[in-house]
Design a protein around this ligand. Structure first.
Ligand code: A2P
Length: 357
């Protein structure tokens, strides 16, 4: 029951940043998009990514400097554009880039988990993006919150009714299998070429695979040297699920949100800096190369063209055994993005919303 459409290449995704507020994970193109628009990865280098067979073939062609350069330029254009959606559409219409060269990932927000809301939410994102399909549609979180119609508020964010006397996040009992069935229907209709999950662990995936007609193609989780999750990676590898790591640079995205301090930045870690010096690379390149060498897709955000170029150029060196050992020792199981923490600050009463044990 897989999609009849051939999937694009491996998603070594780069995520344009809008300095979006973290709690606006909606796919609103102009201000708050956490859409993971990535280039292309059909031309990324030849080393082996651990990807499902259906994605594997096209991931092996060699990367050209020109591809990286134009990718960087295009990404930067989109990142800086006040009219992100139009830029993307225009880029496609004017032939700067072909749709099939882009990997566009969008996500289903928590308010749309019910069977009757999934397709409508996907279509809304497609209409905002002016696209006919997304390459990957992900369930953003494994829990459902109360439905908010588009006319009432879009994006609905976390709190059900911000004008209520006691505004609150309201969970609703929608089982994940119901949502997943509706996600599978999107593939059947050609609205999403691949579907996946975010922010879950092995047991949720294992359970999903007992009923899924289309198993999750991708799992997106917070993944960096301070939160390495080796068991989860192994489980996904053994089950043909591509792992995408968000926040691969460690803490920087969370500084302005007050969810991390500068001292927690993996970019400033002495071990990472030493390894970077050894290879003549930047700390960011070491962190990203480490992710890619583990067989993951990494999605660093940046609004700075030079950094986007830097972040794309992580395939020209290899971390050796000693480097990998030193980096393995940095693991602390530290999550910067944890609803158990941040949902407690939502509404006057807060909500305790643990999803990782
Ligand atoms: P900026 O947009 O100014 O480049 P992550 O994706 O891991 O959450 O990290 C995103 C943050 O890291 C953003 O604040 C971004 O800032 C910064 N960043 C992205 N690439 C680099 C880089 N190569 N060197 C330093 N900081 C970077």
């Amino acid at each position: 029951a897989r999609s009849a459409l051939p999937p694009p290449a491996h998603p070594y995704l780069c995520r344009p940043s809008h300095k979006a507020r973290f709690f606006s994970p909606h796919l609103i193109p102009q201000k708050r998009e956490l859409l993971y628009l990535s280039w292309l990865l059909r031309r990324m280098p030849t080393y082996t990514y651990e990807v499902p067979h259906r994605m594997r073939e096209s991931a092996r062609a060699p990367c050209t400097a020109q591809t990286s350069a134009s990718a960087a330029r295009f990404m930067a254009t989109l990142s800086h554009s006040p009219s992100y959606r139009l830029e993307r559409r225009r880029a496609i219409d004017e032939g700067l880039v072909r749709r099939e060269e882009l990997w566009v990932t969008s996500k289903l927000w928590n308010t749309y988990h019910s069977a009757e809301h999934v397709e409508m939410a996907c279509r809304k994102s497609l209409s905002d993006l002016q696209l006919d399909y997304v390459d990957l549609y992900l369930v953003h979180f494994p829990f459902a919150t109360r439905y908010v119609p588009f006319e009432a508020r879009y994006p609905p964010e976390w709190i059900y009714d911000p004008d209520a006397p006691v505004p609150q996040l309201e969970l609703v009992p929608v089982p994940l299998h119901e949502t997943w069935r509706a996600m599978e229907a999107l593939v059947g209709k050609g609205l999403a070429r691949n579907i996946g999950m975010c922010n879950v662990g092995c047991q949720t995936l294992r359970d999903m695979m007992t009923y899924a007609a289309i198993p999750p193609a991708v799992l997106q989780v917070e993944l960096h040297v301070y939160n390495q999750q080796p068991n989860l990676l192994r489980f996904c590898r053994e089950n043909g699920i591509v792992v995408t790591g968000f926040s691969p640079l460690g803490a920087p995205s969370y500084f302005e949100l007050g969810m991390a301090t500068q001292s927690e930045s993996a970019l400033d870690n002495a071990v990472i800096q030493r390894i970077a010096d050894k290879h003549g690379k930047t700390p960011a390149q070491v962190l990203l190369a480490w992710g890619v060498q583990r067989g993951c897709a990494v999605i660093p955000k940046s609004t700075v063209e030079a950094r986007i170029r830097e972040n794309l150029n992580v395939c020209s060196f290899t971390l050796d055994e000693a480097d990998l050992k030193d980096i393995a020792d940095l693991d602390q199981g530290r999550r910067f993005n944890d609803p158990a923490e941040f949902a407690q600050g939502m509404g006057p009463l807060g909500t305790f919303l643990p999803i990782y044990d």
